[in-house]
Design a protein around this ligand. Structure first.
Ligand SMILES: [Zn+2]
Length: 222
């Protein structure tokens, strides 16, 4: 705990004074650019990765970056989405999965969830297609656990991109072309981001130069 308090001391003495104008402006309102939905994992820091100042990202975090249907009673996720769309009118929604995700590991290996009944119930929101894929992957002997985990985590991002549309506020914004939905995969070890390419149905590096680098690498291996 002391580490957190020491950090606060540095924030008050060094960081806040440097950005006092920004905080003054933010004190009475926000106009975030994007709704950022990601996992609660401590290693995923959307503000750091996107180098965003306070007031830029409206974030929603939960285990496995899941988006339950809007019918769920008292869903904090649904309320956050509705507020982002109808009040803040964000122009972009990012759903960001990540490497080494504990929630996705739990889906692949049920024994990890034996003492976690609440997590187990929560992960039901990953949806039927993820459950179907999980069953297939458990029996896929030719794949390593890491490959399975990667596949399931990517599939979960795509599923949640679709789940978003079940929320009427998102559906309406999509129909009027006032919001764009992006699916990202963040790799903790390399710091790289891959984005889901809707047209080709695959994840590609977010940056074009990283895409070229990856293709060169593939050519070398071939
Ligand atoms: Zn995670």
């Amino acid at each position: 705990m002391q580490q957190l308090i020491d950090g606060y001391v540095r924030f008050r003495s060094d960081v806040f004074p440097q950005h006092s104008k920004l905080f003054e402006r933010l004190a009475t309102g926000q106009q975030p650019q994007a709704l950022f939905i990601c996992c609660s994992d401590s290693r995923v820091m959307p503000e750091m990765v996107t180098q965003s100042d306070p007031g830029t990202l409206f974030t929603c975090r939960n285990a496995g970056n899941l988006i339950p249907p809007p019918t769920e009673a008292a869903s904090g996720v649904a309320a956050t989405i509705e507020y982002a769309m109808r009040v803040l009118k964000v122009g972009d929604i990012v759903i960001c999965g990540h490497s080494d995700c504990g929630a996705m590991k739990g889906m692949l290996e049920h024994e990890r969830l034996e003492s976690l009944p609440v997590v187990q119930a929560w992960l039901q929101h990953a949806g039927p297609s993820s459950k179907w894929l999980t069953r297939l992957l458990r029996d896929a002997m030719s794949m390593t656990f890491d490959q399975k985990l990667r596949l399931l985590t990517e599939a979960n991002v795509i599923t949640q991109m679709h789940n978003l549309k079940m929320h009427s506020s998102v559906d309406a914004a999509l129909k009027s072309n006032s919001v764009r939905v992006h699916g990202w995969m963040y790799d903790i070890g390399s710091g790289g981001i891959q984005q889901f390419d809707m047209e080709h149905g695959c994840f590609r590096p977010l940056l074009a130069e990283e895409q070229i680098g990856e293709e060169m690498q593939e050519l070398k291996i071939a």
